[in-house]
Design a protein around this ligand. Sequence first.
Ligand SMILES: Cc1cc2nc3c(=O)[nH]c(=O)nc-3n(C[C@H](O)[C@H](O)[C@H](O)COP(=O)(O)OP(=O)(O)OC[C@H]3O[C@@H](n4cnc5c(N)ncnc54)[C@H](O)[C@@H]3O)c2cc1C
Length: 487
Amino acid sequence: MNQQSSSGRHKVVVIGSGFGGLFGTKALRKAPVDVTMVAKTTHHLFQPLLYQVATGILSQGEIAPPTREVLAKQKNATVLLGEVTDIDLDKRIVTSHVLGLETLTPYDSLIVAAGAGQSYFGNDHFAEFAPGMKSIDDALELRGRIFGAFELAEIAAARGEKVQDLLTFVVVGAGPTGVEMAGQIAELAHRTLRTDFRHINTEKARVVLVDAAPQVLPPFGEKLGASAKGSLEKLGVEVKLGAMVTSVDQDGLDVKYKDGSTERINSTAMIWAAGVQANALGKTLAEQSGAPLDRAGRIGVNPDLTLPGYPEVFVVGDMISLNNLPGVAQVAIQGAKYAATEIQGRLQGKAPQKPFKYFDKGSMAVIGRFRAVMMVGNKIRISGIIAWLSWLAVHLMYLTGFKNRVTALLRWFVSFVGRDRSERTMTEQQVFARRALARLEGGARDLVSRDDTKAEEALEARRAELENQAAEESRLTDAGERGVAVG
Ligand SMILES: Cc1cc2nc3c(=O)[nH]c(=O)nc-3n(C[C@H](O)[C@H](O)[C@H](O)COP(=O)(O)OP(=O)(O)OC[C@H]3O[C@@H](n4cnc5c(N)ncnc54)[C@H](O)[C@@H]3O)c2cc1C
């Protein structure tokens, strides 16, 4: 056990090196404080481009620069590797672990930005056959499963065996991640890999997108959802809505439709992009502070992002439940900057800021090359190439590091204008290490959700909930009610 030493300056601990953690730490660069950023990975992950790692467009390094390098010049910042296992709010100490080594880090101010994980709605065993996409491990495993399915189909075809099941890809969840993933797999099969195999016709691959909700992309409102569905179908994606996944095994999955009918879809490459569960540290904070947790495990914070009863603790990003704010990168970035400003202001004796107000810079989802949907505020809704070009510009702007921007641009040129995908390397370890990791204590702890919901929970009740959630997401967007103070 090691207690981090104190220099006498105000100590800020930041948990997480994602959008909230990194931008919060950077925002404190000129402040007279010592910042310790504790995170369980050594990189800052640009999650919005994970699907491009999974489908061979980008390498993992291009979307996950080392935080140590990013913060090398920020003298008041220290990077500490470790999974935070406890936060003692009264003693103001953060406990973290790495490979059995425990570190206690005291703080004067704390910014918690530990994000969210995948939720299987109480069916965590689905994860073994349909991995989610939240980490570099996930993306590399999915890459191996996707490209591996084509390889297995090639071998089967050469032996005269049936290949359709091997060439069926199923994506569960028609939110932005699911839509982007389905679109990319369709382009991979129908365009990129067309000439690479000798025994299979990759253009015959099926890409199926299933969701229990009645529309695609609920957070983008009805009109853009319908437009995205049309674009996906043009790309050859089968979109099945009102389709609730009832079981997943190594050979495929079963869905139940609203009218009671069922369907079995055989597949070896399934991807789960359906649910989100806030980080379990939210529960730790809730238990000590009495702050409420919503069903997705997000913690209710004060309008200034502080934890009720603990003004020195800020919670930002995907972990919070406040005014229906969406779980997007900008909410985390702006929240973390707000918290950093408040910490500095307090040290300078300034009056508190006004409550946190999210400035919506717009949301986008890419469907395929030159096709995207975009919305800005409540009025602007665009689809097609203009949305795609905006996506390109915004993602280049927010990718961390000049080097990564240049290489990403080059790879996009090669993949979208040309037909190549240069990052197709896959290894057996990437595909099969999940189970071994899961056996290590704490190894893959956040790979799947910590949703306590019982697996037996009534299916139709869950369907109704998903439908209501999708309808509410769509309504909030169309009514322009996001980020507006509730009550
Ligand atoms: C596949 C995918 C695609 C997305 N696409 C978009 C998009 O196009 N546009 C958009 O705006 N948003 C998108 N998002 C959402 C966006 O990435 C999140 O809203 C954003 O990352 C939230 O930031 P955060 O700081 O709250 O959490 P994160 O960025 O997830 O960071 C959490 C950090 O906490 C660390 N951590 C977690 N638990 C612990 C622990 N116990 N101890 C120590 N460290 C811990 C993690 O390692 C990570 O560094 C996407 C998300 C995913 C998964």
